[in-house]
Design a protein around this ligand. Structure first.
Ligand SMILES: [Zn+2]
Length: 317
């Protein structure tokens, strides 16, 4: 009897979710066809009497439908980065409903290494100091997409948030959640450690959107107030390119709040130049219209330094 009841309840739940999905997807696709949407909602919602109510109802499922799509798109619980083969387009937009995040660790966040170029390799996350066994929390609400062991990362947990952003917590000693678990902002998900390629115990935190690994400090202020820098952020290629950042210091952060600002900042973007045979500092300076002083300062080299073939030079125009 109990089993029959459970079966009926599950079926009802399934049918309910299905019908909700059906309406939500319809809203998304028929965004211009307001009448169709209003009609279908009116049929379902008996309490709706005024035009205002209809509009209110229209807005909220739309938000939910965006979250729902984000939690389904490339939902792969067995792969670290399911977006690996996707073409990337810049700039892209990330919207937050929260103005603050929950700190991933307890106490002051001491940053030991930043996103950027480090020991001739890309460091695509930020390192926050902790002691093995310290609790690690999810920064925002979301759903656990991946719990595994990755070469380099060690024990890692990846959480997909409602806006499509993913946060990854690596070098853990313990993973306390499972894939497809729903988590709430600040919830303990694991314990910090040194698994994978970690010299000392720390949290390696990555922030990504559809496979683009973003400079974490562009979105989040790691000060004591746990602020999200803007509710609507445009991310340019600059903020997903480790080459143009130095892991030893924080890059100057100027937030792009609009598409236009993002396009404008693209013009001022930094460039990486790979030294070729026969190149000289003055030649590079003339060709790229960047002063020799600036090249030397940015790359911590002297005017008299010998350039090596294959050496990468950061040019800031
Ligand atoms: Zn790291």
């Amino acid at each position: 009897m109990k089993q029959l009841f459970l079966f009926i309840s599950l079926n009802c739940l399934y049918l309910n979710t299905y019908s909700q999905n059906d309406t939500l997807i319809k809203i998304d696709h028929d965004a211009n066809n307001q009448l169709t949407i209003k009609d279908s909602i009116k049929k379902d919602s008996l309490e709706l009497s005024t035009e205002q109510n209809v509009i209110k109802t229209l807005e909220s499922p739309k938000k939910d439908s965006i979250a729902m799509i984000q939690l389904v798109d490339h939902w792969d619980t067995t792969t670290y980065n399911p977006y690996k083969n996707e073409t990337k387009e810049y700039p892209f937009n990330i919207a937050f409903t929260d103005s603050t995040y929950a700190s991933p660790i307890l106490g002051k966040k001491v940053i030991t290494s930043r996103y950027g170029w480090r020991n001739r390799r890309a460091h695509k996350g930020i390192d926050i100091d902790l002691i093995t066994g310290d609790m690690v929390m999810t920064m925002l609400d979301g759903k656990v997409r991946f719990v595994g062991n990755q070469p380099g990362h060690g024990k890692i947990i990846i959480i997909r948030h409602l806006n499509g952003l993913e946060t990854s917590y690596a070098h853990l000693s313990k993973q306390l959640v499972e894939v497809n678990d729903t988590v709430t902002k600040g919830q303990i998900i694991g314990k910090g450690g040194t698994t994978g390629n970690a010299r000392g115990s720390h949290l390696h935190l990555e922030v990504s959107y559809k496979g683009n690994y973003i400079y974490p400090e562009y979105l989040f202020d790691f000060g004591t107030k746990n602020l999200i820098r803007s509710q609507n952020i445009w991310v340019t290629k600059n903020w997903v390119t480790p080459y143009v950042h130095n892991s030893k210091r924080q890059s100057t952060i100027v937030i792009c709040n609009t598409y236009e600002e993002a396009l404008e900042s693209k013009k001022r973007q930094k460039q990486i130049y790979v030294v070729k045979r026969g190149d000289t500092l003055s030649g590079i300076s003339n060709k790229h219209r960047v002063s020799i002083t600036s090249i030397c300062k940015t790359n911590a080299i002297r005017r008299t330094s010998t350039l090596k073939i294959g050496q990468r030079l950061l040019l800031i125009q």
